[in-house]
Design a protein. Structure first.
Length: 275
């Protein structure tokens, strides 16, 4: 088993917490970020110098680089950088406020972009490494009532897929993780629901209004999911996408097939615009 040093945003709960615990228990070093001071004191007490903690809200884009730089300075080398911090904003596009839109994009998209950009000079200087982006089934398959969440996740999918091609010659691998529903605090604590408009009552988008009170049955085991993420760091070349959960696999493959079915009949029409 290879011992590594990992940088992970958002280790106080959910996937980030699970990933950090597994890595620390197996002897790896973790540089993790939290928004709430003291939220991982138990891990510090248990693992001591194995765990380095930086205070970071990824919407503070200027501070992202400072914290990433500090983590690399403290450890000399970081093998894997995991962009995990994020949350779900649900509601019809018309129901969410401008402030909610801006915060969702700043957290789930711009925070991830800046984390990767801040890490790249260090990864290049050390001759390689791995970038892992915790995305979602929502990055490849869309559902009414989650348009802004999809906007951020689809944006990060495009960014990371292009970035993977840019940095492959530099020895840097990129992986997008596509988990389906998982039994984390996401449904109960990390989801924000827009105030409903009567116009959307009874429409497909209205399902989100009962999401927190009656969350759907979730298949995914966070511990197993993060174990697969850890295993992916040993794979060469880095898998561009890591689909986790049978629900994710089914939704993603159905969405891709539907997209092809819409596009493939257009070959003649598409060619008709060539000069």
């Amino acid at each position: 088993m290879t011992t590594r040093t990992w940088f992970i945003t958002g280790i106080n709960s959910g996937f980030g917490r699970e990933l950090a615990e597994q890595l620390l228990d197996r002897g790896d070093r973790v540089a993790g970020t939290v928004r709430r001071a003291g939220s991982v004191d138990d891990l510090r007490q248990k693992h001591g110098d194995q765990l380095w903690v930086g205070d970071l809200d990824v919407t503070d884009l200027g501070r992202v680089r400072a914290v990433v730089d500090a983590a690399f300075a403290a450890h000399g080398r970081i093998d894997v950088v995991v962009s995990n911090a994020g949350y779900g904003l649900f509601g019809a596009a018309e129901e969410v406020t401008d402030e909610q839109v801006e915060h969702q994009i700043a957290t789930n998209l711009l925070g991830s972009i800046q984390t990767a950009r801040a890490a790249l000079p260090h990864l290049r200087a050390q001759g390689g490494g791995r970038l892992i982006q915790i995305s979602s089934v929502a990055g490849l398959a869309a559902h009414p009532g989650a348009s802004l969440y999809h906007a951020a996740k689809w944006g990060v999918e495009g960014f990371m897929e292009a970035l993977a091609q840019e940095v492959a010659p530099l020895g840097i691998g990129v992986t997008l993780v596509e988990p389906g529903g998982a039994r984390t605090r996401f449904a109960g604590g990390s989801v924000r629901i827009a105030e409903p408009l009567a116009a959307y009552a009874g429409t497909p988008a209205a399902f989100v209004q009962t999401f927190r009170a009656n969350p759907p049955a979730l298949l995914g085991d966070p511990a197993r999911m993060m174990a697969r993420v850890i295993e992916s760091a040993d794979r060469e070349p880095a898998p561009l996408r890591l689909v986790l959960g049978s629900d994710s696999y089914q939704a993603v493959t159905a969405a891709l097939r539907a997209r092809l079915a819409q596009i493939e009949p257009q070959a003649t029409n598409a060619a008709s615009t060539d000069a």
